[in-house]
Design a protein around this ligand. Structure first.
Ligand SMILES: Cc1cc2nc3c(=O)[nH]c(=O)nc-3n(C[C@H](O)[C@H](O)[C@H](O)COP(=O)(O)O)c2cc1C
Length: 369
């Protein structure tokens, strides 16, 4: 199936996306008063600012309850498809993803929701498929999660049904292990072709699912050397399915005029004002325990979890941040997501100081108006 020519396929060598603005506190597990308020007004302001700046996409987190602590990290969230719909109706070029937990939403319903969003946006909607994750959310839905790798078998059927609805002109029956469907049909078809699709599985089964089905796979970067190897492995896995895939990573940014100022602010919001009980719960959900890591590695991860939900830190002056992003690109990644303690307050400085440096480094082109 052809695909709409969106920002996700533009010429920029290093693409950028804003991650988790639909969730209170975004990615920073902190109590600072300026932490992100994920109100609709703030999301709209951010989306329009990012669109103007030529940022390629917005990626939400589908999260159904908070992580506790004093800030109740991510306790207030906007549902991702309806959020994407509103933002797409109010922007021009940027792509906006919706994140769907496949086991929680019937594929016929999901296909219809997404096709509607695809038409509203003239093809700028993207899908992030999540096959299962935080147990506490599944408990809240009264659902037992399948054994880990089976979640991806279920996800495969879910995605096969959706693709059939989006391509078949005549009613079809579907008989798989998990779905038995009769006379299935869906019109209209997506605007301009299949929406862009991503996945962020990290296990063998998760990555194989991504390699087989997705345009982009998102991975968490622990260090650049391992990251470069991950990119090679994931591309090779996709080649095994006669497909090509590109790999994104995910990072958080603290950029200030000098490295000293950036480090001081990072220390302030993580060490002085970090919401440690919420970060501990988040790490517990991810299966990260002090017992299973050497103390130094655990300390590093803990810092990253407080600073930005466990993703790669980009902390420093505009030169430092641009140089580190260049290394991410050299490692083979097609781009990275970014997040700030307060997106609307901090994006303008990033736009004015880091984006021009990335252009001078040949990683991005100036925005065409
Ligand atoms: C960039 C990124 C975005 C993700 N978004 C979500 C999300 O919004 N909701 C969710 O429940 N899980 C999300 N996940 C979790 C993944 O879908 C996946 O469950 C997790 O990486 C574990 O992979 P595995 O199942 O292969 O072990 C995300 C992970 C990453 C790295």
């Amino acid at each position: 199936m052809s695909q709409p020519k969106t920002s996700m396929f533009n010429r920029n060598k290093l693409k950028l996306g804003i991650f988790s603005p639909n969730c209170s506190s975004g990615m920073a597990v902190t109590k600072v008063p300026e932490r992100w308020d994920a109100s609709w007004e703030n999301n709209l302001k951010l989306a329009q600012m990012a669109d103007e700046a030529g940022i390629e996409f917005l990626l939400p987190i589908a999260r159904w309850k908070g992580y506790g602590g004093e800030s109740n990290f991510q306790g207030s969230t906007l549902e991702t498809i309806t959020w994407a719909c509103g933002l797409l109706a109010s922007t021009r070029n940027i792509s906006v993803f919706g994140t769907v937990h496949a086991p929680m939403v019937h594929p016929i319903f999901a296909a219809k929701q997404m096709v509607t969003t695809s038409h509203i946006s003239r093809g700028r909607f993207g899908l992030n498929i999540v096959c299962g994750w935080n147990k506490d959310e599944f408990d809240m839905f009264g659902m037992e999660q399948l054994e880990h790798d089976k979640r991806y078998d279920y996800g495969q059927e879910w995605w096969d049904v959706i693709q059939k609805i989006w391509t078949e002109k005549a009613p079809f029956n579907y008989d798989g292990q998990y779905f038995h469907l009769r006379d299935v049909i869906g019109e209209p078809k997506p605007y301009g072709g299949r929406p862009v699709v991503m996945n962020a599985g990290s296990s063998g089964a998760g990555r194989s699912f991504g390699a087989r089905n997705c345009d982009f796979l998102f991975t968490v970067l622990t260090d650049l050397e391992k990251g470069a190897k991950d990119v090679v492995d994931i591309k090779a896995a996709a080649a095994g399915f006669q497909r090509a895939i590109d790999v994104f990573t995910t990072s958080y940014v603290v950029v200030r005029p000098t490295k000293k100022e950036a480090v001081e602010y990072h220390d302030y919001y993580t060490k002085e004002m970090g919401d440690i009980p919420a970060a501990e719960y988040l790490m517990k959900m991810q299966g990260l325990h002090a017992q299973s890591f050497p103390p130094e590695a655990f300390k590093l991860f803990r810092e990253r979890f407080v600073g930005g939900h466990g993703v790669y830190p980009l902390i420093g002056s505009p030169d430092d941040v641009a140089a580190e992003m260049a290394k991410i690109s050299q490692a083979g990644f097609i781009g990275t997501t970014i997040a700030f303690v307060n997106y609307v307050k901090e994006l303008p400085y990033f736009r004015d100081e880091v984006l021009p440096r990335l252009e001078r480094l040949g990683l991005r082109e100036p925005v065409q108006r």
